[in-house]
Design a binder for this molecule. Sequence first.
Ligand code: FES
Length: 185
Amino acid sequence: MSALVMNEFKVLKEKNPLFVIDAIIQRHNVDPGAAIPILQDIQNAFGYVAPEVLERVSELTGIWASELYSIVTFYSQFRMEPIGENLIQVCHGTACHLAGAEKITEALQHETGARGGGTSPDGKFTLEKVACLGCCSLAPVITVNEETFGRLTPAAVGKVIGEVRKGKSDCAHDALVCGGGCSNG
Ligand code: FES
């Protein structure tokens, strides 16, 4: 979704969140075959797909709400609850699994108070388990708000979370590799 469209949705959201749903469905020409792209756009606009939104999509597209619900619960890309201030994706692909993704997950849960796939009680962090992030040579890898951290250790996780809590975005740790993304899998 382009920045322009996101901006338009932001303005509509401030007026009435339902206007955004209507605009998204219009963009897809009320096409019943566009259920997944519609739900993806809704998640991009709101950060999650609220169950009550499904009724509205159903009304406007003619797709059964139960079918929409099945899609949202079947595909792991969708979430039905709001995310915290910081989204942490923990790679559990093969390379990261072998390099200790479970230990990294435990350290993240300990540092943030969030459970896997859940949000910390203070609303600051959401942990999400994901498949390969495309930078296996840096395993184990996480992303924090789309910034990549690789060759992590449980101790380094504490440093990363500490910096995020302080609102720092620089990530000049000796033991870490970070950047806007990676493509050197
Ligand atoms: S398996 Fe984790 S980045 Fe590829």
